[in-house]
Design a protein around this ligand. Sequence first.
Ligand code: PEP
Length: 250
Amino acid sequence: TDAIRPLIAGNWKMNGLRASAAEFEAMLAGAAKVAAKADLLVCPPATLIAAFADKARGSKNLKVGAQDCHQKASGANTGDISAEMLADAGASAIIVGHSERRADHGESDFLVRAKAEAAWRAGLTAIVCIGETQHQRDAGQTLDICRGQLNLSLPPAATSGNLVVAYEPVWAIGTGLTPTVGDVEQVHRFIREFLIAKFNGEGARMRLLYGGSVKPSNAAELMAVANVNGALIGGASLKAADFLAIAGSY
Ligand code: PEP
């Protein structure tokens, strides 16, 4: 799995205005310097996808993604955005099943799976997020929770080309807390074994990201862990200097 090309993905969450284009342009300018080592993905709010994707056209290694989609292609779904619309705006990937969607919008594993399939229907990569809460970790349920989410959230047609899995312990998101390197290694090995058992050789090649309080100061040690093929980054993806420093730690 060491030959898997890393992906450094930024999740801007509900942050960013049109004036943020300057920050994005700085990321674009810096992306070329890390092109030999990693792919970059910036997932701004949906309002900025088209403008950013237009700027990124022609970039070798920086693409634009989305943070969520509706599972249907079109219809009477006021306020929702389909994967087809995101593809039309220039997105190349969609994060699905982020813990904030699961918690704040009651998204089930079943819905997350439908959204991953919607991303594929539109020709996009699905980045499926899983991870345990603090309560579940304290109860020793981390691997059981991850197994359950993997079982129910990953569609059977997953390949290394259309699926990225992001392990994001909920208690590490936006808290400054991270699991130990040993804990990350254990969970990522478990996920890799699950993916190989279910998807054979494709499972061996799928990108497996760690997410949760990744910063320039801890990125190198987290990215060096076996079966960590990149990062999903929230807060530290908003500033080009931080985002590029993390990408450069490979
Ligand atoms: C996230 O929301 O995916 C995330 C990892 O956030 P942060 O990096 O801010 O912990």
